[in-house]
Design a protein around this ligand. Sequence first.
Ligand code: F6P
Length: 369
Amino acid sequence: MERKRVGVLTGGGDCAGLNSAIKWVVKTALDDRLQRVRKIQYEVIGIHDGWRGLVQPEGDEDLPAPRIEPLTEEMVRTWDRYGGTNLGTSRTNPYDPKKNRSKVVLENIERYHLDFLVAIGGEDTLGVGHKLFLEGVKLVGIPKTIDKDLSGTDYTLGFETAVNVITEEIDRLRTTAGSHRRIFVVETMGRHAGWLALEGGESSGAYIILIPEYDFSMDRINTLVSEGRKKGTRYDIVVVAEGAKPTGSSEIFKEEGIDSFGHKALGGVGEFLAREISQSTKIETRSISLSHLQRGGTPCAYDRRMGRYFGIAAVDLIVKEDFGKMVSYRNGQITSVPLQEAIGRLNLVNVRTQYDTERYNGRRTILGS
Ligand code: F6P
């Protein structure tokens, strides 16, 4: 029987649902019914630490060998219950303009006899995947990112678990905020996309939600807060996406530098807002950044299930030899799109249909005009 090797890796920020996707790539590829029908015996090789696992020659510097390991059904049996990625991840960019190591990746793909690759990632990891596909690698992608900012799919792994974290943490803040009559500004992740703030804010019933897609006015926020207090509210929850900014200003960044994909680390808008609100309204205002808590924890049922479907669909694409595609969830169906379509542009909140620019909150009409 013909034998083929499928390499699988996770790249970029970790999130819930990755281990489920890996598990289902393994279980589907190793299913003996597939072998009987296709007369191909697949082997699945886990690649450690994303593209980093393929850029360094073995034995080199600080990443201990081995960088690959065969995955068996028995090994991955319980993986879907756990957050993070059991294969490890990195933000390594083999096409970093400062140090292009894509040739080494291609050499290692040969060296490890990887016939096919499954790359599980967001725009950066899948962007690399697309370039490798153009260089002849038989690759398929699985979308993941808590930011939900990939095009070509209505869902990216990790998003729902992150929204659950935001909701649960805000539930906790409500009791302390109410007891002290305080305002709490909660900063979410999301980079340039407002999905986490918007859907996390909607799930938790936040009073104000600020997203990168719509610049906010400090005066408007202060007016909304004062109006709320006049109506008798004891406390307020303001959710702000890390990429949101006041009109006329730029985004707020943490001091750390820039990664090999050219991203600067966002962070600090929550603190800025809390200071501004308390100075203007004289209401005690605190801020909290949920930061990496949003990427952690047990995957919710939805991420386990979507990881399963995406993992199965990725192997389906390999079996059909339909490469250069990303599995996707579109209009209630699992399908696939060309990688090019997924990475070409970011999927952002449509302010006109999904945001209330007057109340700074989720839309208040859904079926209206
Ligand atoms: O892309 C996922 C994400 O969590 C963003 O929301 C956030 O800006 C970034 O990654 C943080 O990256 P790191 O884990 O490298 O600090």
